[in-house]
Design a protein around this ligand. Structure first.
Ligand code: NAD
Ligand code: ZN
Length: 361
């Protein structure tokens, strides 16, 4: 299956299917460009699983280099970024080199930023290997972290193609499935009510995400992301809808210390919170209880009890989307429709307190 990702700066194909990693050479040929060499960037967990298969599928290249970074968020650092650039210069990669990002969102963000900056930009292909990367591999945001903030150094830089072999997901640990699935649910909630209804009807455990259903869910999630980005590549407007659930999620991640809870788990908590705030803000019923019940089947964690409402509120104010101390949140008017609004501290505080009381009982 081929999806087309359209953005203001570039249109590119996304191939999704089972076992398609072995066709990487033909996807490169379809770009109808000459590449002098290939640099595969991957991490230490993905390397033993898939690197050889990709290397041996690149039959038309005599110069294939691989660079393996440590697995985990720490790889999105200046020093790793610098080391890859040094490696590329030592191997004398030129402007016609092609970077392949083989891994999850960490490798995609890092390798994409290498491609965006090496000799003012060289071509790159995303080969996502996590469920979460259905989100991160589309849309062209690439970045590394600064000790003072996540994703603070980066670019908007679109790949030439995305090759998403969902067979590679089979080796993902359970918590990675759960984490990535939260973003799939998010995509349904903000944009696509029929997709949300399908998820509720068809997916009851993470094990239900298999074969056709997995591909359908990911292709739908990617389509939502692509449609939002197509309208607003540089995030001046509706791209912020993708932050649904993320205001509280980022506060929890920062409050616990990054890496203590998976991003998707934090987003899951943040989405339940955003729905609850939406119900109060608009005075509407969004069937939160039904949603919670369905959600429980995936075993997302509760809001961490030891965090307190006042400090979470302060952390939410540090969010990139906050403007001069006022919290801006993506709220839901109905399933499939959201908007970004300013929300009063009092409302946020009172709902945070309720959520925390409920888990402390
Ligand atoms: P990740 O890349 O760290 O992958 C999670 C873990 O799974 C890692 O330990 C990795 O080694 C392992 N792994 C990867 N593929 C595997 C496979 N097939 N089998 C077994 N193990 C595998 O994390 P992630 O959740 O994919 O991505 C998170 C990152 O994505 C964050 O840095 C976040 O900032 C970024 N992100 C970027 C965007 C964007 O638009 N650019 C959007 C969302 C998230
Ligand atoms: Zn996210």
């Amino acid at each position: 299956e081929t999806l087309t990702i359209k953005t203001a700066s570039k249109t590119y194909p996304l191939y999704i299917g089972k076992g398609i990693r072995f066709q990487i050479q033909s996807f490169i040929q379809a770009l109808e460009r000459e590449f002098s060499s290939v640099l595969i960037i991957t991490d230490s967990i993905v390397e033993p699983l898939y690197l050889k298969e990709i290397e041996s599928s690149l039959t038309d290249f005599s110069n294939v280099y691989s660079y393996v970074v440590p697995a985990g968020e720490e790889a999105k650092s200046f020093s790793v970024f610098y080391d890859i650039l040094t490696f590329a210069l030592e191997k004398e990669l030129d402007r016609k080199a092609l970077v392949i990002a083989l891994g999850g969102g960490v490798v995609g963000d890092l390798a994409g930023f290498v491609a965006a900056t090496y000799m003012r930009g060289i071509a790159f292909i995303q080969m996502p290997t996590t469920l979460l990367a259905h989100d991160s591999s589309v849309g062209g945001k690439v970045a590394i972290n600064h000790p003072l903030g996540k994703n603070m150094i980066g670019a908007f830089y679109q790949p030439e193609a995305v090759v998403y072999d969902i067979e590679m997901l089979s080796t993902l640990p359970e918590e990675q499935w759960r984490s990535g699935f939260a973003e799939v649910i998010k995509h349904a909630l903000i944009w696509d009510k029929p997709f949300y209804d399908w998820l509720q009807a068809e997916i009851h455990t993470l094990a239900d995400l298999r074969d056709e259903k997995l591909q359908f869910a990911l292709a739908k999630g990617i389509t939502v992301k692509a449609e939002v980005v197509a309208e607003d590549e540089k995030e001046s407007g509706i791209r912020s809808y993708l932050n649904f659930g993320h205001t509280l999620a980022h506060a929890i991640e920062a409050g616990l210390g990054y890496g203590k809870m998976s991003h998707g788990d934090a987003v899951a908590i943040g989405m339940l919170f955003a729905i609850r705030v939406s119900e109060e803000y608009y005075g509407i019923d969004l069937e939160l209880q039904k949603f919670r019940k369905w959600f429980r089947q995936f075993h997302y964690p509760e809001i961490p009890k030891h965090l307190d409402a006042a400090s979470l509120l302060q952390l939410m104010k540090k969010d990139k989307k906050a403007q001069s101390g006022t919290i801006r949140m993506v709220l839901m008017k109905q399933i499939g429709e959201v908007e970004t609004v300013k929300v009063e501290d009092e409302l946020i505080l009172s709902i945070l307190e309720k959520e925390l009381e409920e888990v402390q009982q």
